[in-house]
Ligand binder design. Sequence first.
Ligand code: MTE
Ligand code: MO
Length: 212
Amino acid sequence: MPDWKKLIEGKIAIAKRGAKPSKANANERIPAGQTEVKNFPTLDLGIRPQVTTDNWSLRVYGLVEHEIDINWAQFQAMPQVTEVSDFHCVTRWSQLDMDWQGVPAREILAMAAPLPAAKHVTLHGYDGYTTNLPLDALLDDDVIIAHSVLGGPLTAAHGGPVRIVVPKRYAWKGAKWLKAIELHEFDRPGFWEVRGYHNEADPWREERFSDD
Ligand SMILES: Nc1nc2c(c(=O)[nH]1)N[C@H]1C(S)=C(S)[C@@H](COP(=O)(O)O)O[C@H]1N2
Ligand SMILES: [Mo]
């Protein structure tokens, strides 16, 4: 069991390092306060859920017309895309040109048919992690429910077999080991959002903390 208090304080300290506003980067694809990396670091709560292609499934529920539960075979049978995007972590690293492969989130949401009252989502990971977004943010074409990146299947450390990626937000807004997408009417802050991380998380506005 990780030492939660230490882990949380450590991550917050790293993200808060440096005075604001941060200096712009020479590479204009790297947001202020970020440094480019090429080694795709790993960051999570330290819980590795035992999820494989055999026991993984994705549930979409809440304010939807059709609740759905998609298993690995059904997911593989859906139209696959590759979406290249940049990945920005609030702990100040960015990796460019990540070639995520999988199914656009909006294809899966369309199958569930969100009800008109559905305005917000909670993404749930198999490790118990949650994060929140407006439903609209998941409908962008760059939002992928991904099984592969950088030429191979997602490793367990990076959220395999399936994670979601939301490139326009800091990386904590994408749940690894994606278990469920829950739709609701009102916003419900997730794991980091209740601990002070910014609700919107736009890296181009340096929305790291809610008190920024
Ligand atoms: N299920 C789950 N998803 C998660 C996390 C987590 O702890 N659990 N951490 C988030 C954070 S804070 C970041 S920065 C990214 C890191 O993804 P990576 O480990 O593939 O770099 O995953 C996000 N998604
Ligand atoms: Mo993070």
